[in-house]
Design a protein around this ligand. Sequence first.
Ligand code: HEM
Length: 524
Amino acid sequence: MAVDLPLIYLLLAPLLVLLPLLLFASRRSSSGVARPPPGPWALPVIGHLHHLAGGLPHRALRDLAQRHGPLMLLRFGEVPVVVATSPAAAREVTKTHDPAFASRPVGPMSRLWFQGSEGLVFAPYGDAWRQLRRICTQELLSARRVTSFRPVRRHELQRLLRSVAAESSSSSSPRPAVNLTELIAAYVADSTVRAIIGSRPFQGRDACLKLFEDLFRMMPGLSLPDLFPSSRLAVLLSREPARIKRCRREMLRIMDAVILEHREHKAAAAAKAAGGDGKEDEDLLDVLLGLQDEAGSQHPLTTDNIKFVIIDMFAAGSETATTALQWVMAELMRNPRVRHKAQEEVRRALSGHREVNEDALGSLRYAQMVIKETLRLHVPGPLLTLRQCRTPCRVLGFDVPVGTTVLVNAWAIARDPEHWEDPEEFKPERFDQESGAGAGGRDFKGTDFEFVPFGAGRRMCPGMTFGLAHIELALAALLFHFDLELPAGVDAAGLDMAEEAGITTRRRDDLLVVANTRVPVPAE
Ligand code: HEM
């Protein structure tokens, strides 16, 4: 959801060779504003890209902010970038001047991808975005709709739990370890795909998931053409345009087939069950196609809009929730005290039950604190999703030039010792409201700017309830059914928590656990 970050490392080497050519070809202009935010020294042509080399971008940007302040002006190639690294700066960008920063930057590669039919995530701020956003919050991702997907979540959860039970059932010694990273990724992806396009098997499901994987690596990229939008040479030298065109062609072909299948199914269901509204197994694509058929909208929903909204739902929803749940489980394995406390709470709340029921999740106060603390330490999209300055604006007393890309370093803000006690420690109790703990009242709903894993303001994440439903359910069920341990020889305190560079901050290593079944997983 943020930038195509791994490319930074690949870019620096060829850029040094291409420097003179690009210098000649680029038509960069200076920021030309009265009081620009400060920033570190820049190189000709590549600007500040070299400051990001060798580390993870959110960490490198945090280190720079410690030297240059909570609002910095950088340049990535030709692109001016402002980085906000304090709650006050985040508040000004996402709340005080929300309308000024309510658009997303769309570079040449994104334009090639969307070709004028943005979905929601990259839609320019305006009436068409407003309409899609309303559809998303009221129709696709409302609490009622999220509840309607309970059977899908339950089914996918059972598959996850059965896989854990089966893979660890061997009596061999040492007990085999289960790869929780992979199983969690499959659980969230399958459940999300089923909610979006339904449970009926469709040809190309695997190809579709593979394309999404490719997409995460590409969109929106720090590719040569995105860094040097005025340079034709950059487009000629880059392999990115060809990759994007291929991926787009394939993805739209699959979407066409899925939409056709949905229309045929709907027509057949209507013919068979005259009188019924056929809404009981409605997926998000059905909802969108239904809205398209309704006349009278100011911005009619085109089939291309629908395709890109569907792509957005999966791209924005699956990777983030997967990353968050993987970190929840990794932190629990690293902190046995917290794991046992959360487990006691779950087993107490569900004593006498055979399985976890979503109705019980609301009473799991400690589990909620564990999730909050994980989202604080491991913000899934550490730099949120890019914003763009639409109108001249002053932030923290500095002028932000129109057209500037704006990053909010939510990861750094959530670990800032000025705002968090022992910020590097995993302490769910800090969110305990009843104990009067320091951060007790803080929440991630977009009003506490020290803690904005879902962003804030009008572009804030509309899929929070949908994402949390997957995380809460799997966390409770894994603790309810299994006693989890690290494989022999792996020490909890020494568990490697390194992050991988990418659109989200996934854990670099797979999480392997040994699972002892305490409450058998019910048969199908
Ligand atoms: C733990 C899970 C999730 C996290 C941490 C997360 C985080 C975010 C963030 C940081 C943004 C950008 C906010 C901003 O610019 O201020 C965002 C936007 C968005 N998210 Fe999520 N998200 C999650 C789950 C989901 C899910 C499950 C869906 C849908 C199924 C979803 C759909 C979207 C969409 C459509 C946007 C763009 C909204 C717009 O531009 O108007 N997200 N998300």
